[in-house]
Design a protein around this ligand. Structure first.
Ligand code: GAL
Length: 662
């Protein structure tokens, strides 16, 4: 458990660096990320490197006892490079290149950019690979930020054709898989296939999904190139990438395979403002962020990181990029930091050391104000540093790994498929995954978020949000795990080629769930359907409502299906067969919590009903309690001397950590 900060020596006079480094160290910062946007200073003119300033910056930080996270600067190719190779610019859906003048203006498929990136990465890695102050690396910065995964350039289309050839081998196989006989879309060779863009009406969904898969693979390939260069010149130093919150435009599991550390950038207030949450939800959590949002991301990245995951950028105060940018409540920067450690983080690194007085992000807070005084976030970071020392001194296993009894399956292709082929305009996959997760957290449960091909043995409860494409062995792996399994609607509803399975949904899951989804309907946001629990004797009125979607279920083996809830019109809303629970809709939050509580009980997993303001996490022998609410929360049964941080009464925005045993 340690703290870091993001620092831009190139933004400040060199006369400030030593004092900055000294104050970072005094504050309790241990690692400093630098240089991810510094290409124009590393190589001011083509082929002429200027390392002097960066050498001195690294030396100053190292001399102060700080560890450097060195970055490759490829998120910001300089102007001269773009002018020499205009094909670096990605092409938008409108057919036009995206312009120089901000960042991430590059196409993952551009051969010139691949070569230029190899060259600058090699130069940086050679220069600093063995420097004693450089302890870690970061590749690039936030792959995909600002919608930069997909490009429609000739280079991308050319590589897409190769990708298709490798996947389908023959054009006949592709025509069959996609079903191109529909609307006379048949192709005679791979070279006839373009990007699925600018069509008169919607482009073919299988074509679109393959283009997304291809674009995602391009990100993985580009990152792998950088990682290999860094490893060759800087052996033994872990390599990280800073992913984004709830970002789904490429398959993060595939990129993380090549990394040592999956890191992510946590901006709870900006995220709340920019995500799907309703206006009253946004207003309620305005200055704290949603209690489950950062933790959802922690659990996503924990699951894919070989070493403990990091928060590479932690919001320190108001940001600049959301529609509205409120200030966090006092205490939230501390709470967010402890929340990360509670979920297994190895490092929380604040963005940024000092607020910049110029350029795009001048309204974004730092740990220090532009006139170099410690801001609220800076003071809270200092408090966290003191508390970390106390926690580590008193608890040998405070850094322990987390092992949960509950797994939630999270999949990137599901997001793309539902986006491409939604059937209901608001069928937003990450939202539904988040709602299940949030219900589990409201029951006090620790959750591992895992890919669809994860090993599932050892879990007692496995929750699968709507998962259209299920691997052929999924049913068998779920069954042999011995867990109770909850499947959301639309699970098993498509083949990998985006066709309806021959036996109808749930397709390959019919072996464990003897049912058939014979019709579906999507529901407008202002429409709900009543849901009634079958075993609720007194239920003459609804137990909750269904939203967004309905699967209509029947079965040739009705005897082996236990119908546990029905819609008001009598159709099954929730059925169970053996250990498999199928939800035919997305229910309101309270009903979701109620059903998951019951199923957790059947799985032998103990729950605590927490409501929506207090959250528990267990790591090693320590239990962490975080209060997102506006009332003091009092822990009933914890001895006073068990507390490592805080006490039984946890104030709003407060944190308590106590020894609870394993
Ligand atoms: C991140 C990015 C940083 C900075 C920050 C502002 O997305 O990696 O460079 O822009 O947001 O909140």
């Amino acid at each position: 458990m340690r703290l870091g900060v993001c620092y831009y020596p190139e933004h400040w006079p060199e006369s400030m660096w030593e004092d900055d480094a000294r104050r970072m160290k005094a504050l309790g910062i241990e690692q400093v990320r630098i240089a991810e946007f510094a290409w124009s200073r590393m190589e001011p003119t083509p082929g002429e490197y200027d390392w002097g300033w960066l050498d001195r910056a690294v030396d100053v930080l190292g001399a102060a006892g700080l560890q450097v996270v060195m970055c490759t600067p490829t998120a910001t190719p300089p102007k001269w490079l773009i002018d020499r190779h205009p094909d670096i610019l990605p092409i938008g859906a409108d057919g036009r290149p995206r312009a120089f003048g901000s960042r991430r203006h590059y196409d993952f498929s551009s051969p010139s950019y691949f070569t230029a990136s190899q060259r600058i990465c090699t130069a940086v890695a050679e220069r600093y690979g063995e420097h004693p102050a450089v302890a870690y690396w970061q590749t690039d910065n936030e792959f995909g930020c600002h919608h930069t995964v997909v490009s429609y350039s000739p280079a991308a289309v050319g590589r897409f054709r190769e990708w298709l050839k490798a996947r389908y081998q023959t054009i006949d196989a592709l025509n069959r898989a996609w079903g191109t006989v529909f609307w006379s879309m048949e192709y005679r060779s791979f070279d006839e296939i373009d990007a699925p863009v600018a069509t008169v009406t919607e482009a073919h969904p299988s074509h679109r999904l393959d283009y997304r898969r291809f674009a995602s693979d391009e990100v993985a390939r580009y990152n792998r190139m950088q990682v290999e260069i860094i490893r060759a010149h800087s052996p033994g130093r872990p390599v990280a990438h800073n992913f984004m919150q709830l970002f789904t435009e490429f398959d993060h599991y595939k990129v993380a395979t090549d990394l040592d550390v999956a890191a992510w950038d946590s901006y709870p207030l900006g995220a709340l403002e920019e995500q799907w949450f309703a206006p009253d939800v946004k207003a309620r959590w305005l200055r704290s962020g949603h209690p489950d949002f950062a933790s959802f991301n922690h659990d996503v990245y924990r699951g894919m990181s070989k070493l403990p995951f990091w928060v590479m950028e932690q919001q320190p105060g108001p940001v600049n990029w959301a529609q509205w940018n409120p200030a966090p409540l006092p205490g939230m920067v501390r709470l967010w930091s402890w929340e990360a450690f509670a979920h297994g983080a190895g490092c929380v690194s604040y963005f940024r050391w000092r607020q910049a007085p110029f350029a795009q992000e001048q309204m974004h807070a730092g740990l220090n104000t532009p006139d170099n005084r410690l801001d609220v976030g800076g003071n809270e970071a200092a408090q966290v540093a003191d508390e970390i020392r106390a926690v580590l001194a008193a608890n040998a296993d405070a850094d322990a790994a987390i092992r949960s009894k509950v797994a939630l399956v999270y999949d990137y292709e599901a997001k793309w498929l539902f986006e491409i082929h939604p059937q209901g305009a608001d069928f937003h996959y990450p939202r539904f995954a988040f709602e299940y997760y949030s219900a589990l957290r409201a029951l006090g449960l620790d959750v591992d978020i895992v890919p669809v091909d994860a090993a599932l043995d050892g879990y007692r409860l496995i929750v699968v949000p709507p998962l259209p494409v299920v691997p052929a062995d999924f049913a068998a792996r779920l069954a042999s795990s011995g867990a109770q399994v909850v499947l959301g609607p639309r699970t098993g509803s498509k083949t990998a080629d985006v066709q309806i399975p021959a036996n109808l949904p749930p397709g390959a899951l019919a072996s464990v769930l003897p049912l058939r989804v014979w019709r579906v309907e999507s529901m407008r946001p202002n429409v709900t359907e009543a849901v009634l629990l079958v075993d609720n004797q007194s239920a003459t009125q609804e137990d909750g409502v269904a939203r967004h979607w309905r699967d209509f279920i029947d079965s040739d083996a009705a005897d082996s299906l236990d119908v546990r809830a029905r819609f008001a019109d009598g159709h099954p809303a929730y059925v169970k067969s053996g250990a498999f629970h199928y939800l035919a809709s997305l229910f309101d939050d309270a009903l979701t919590v109620r059903l998951l509580k019951r199923i957790a009980g059947e799985a032998g997993v103990e729950t605590t009903s927490l409501g929506d303001t207090v959250r528990f996490s267990r790591r090693g022998a320590l239990t962490y309690v975080l209060n997102y609410g506006d009332q003091t929360y009092t822990l009933a049964d914890v001895a006073d001397d068990a507390f490592v941080i805080g006490s039984r009464a946890i104030e709003p925005q407060g944190v308590a950590v106590y020894r609870s045993g394993n």
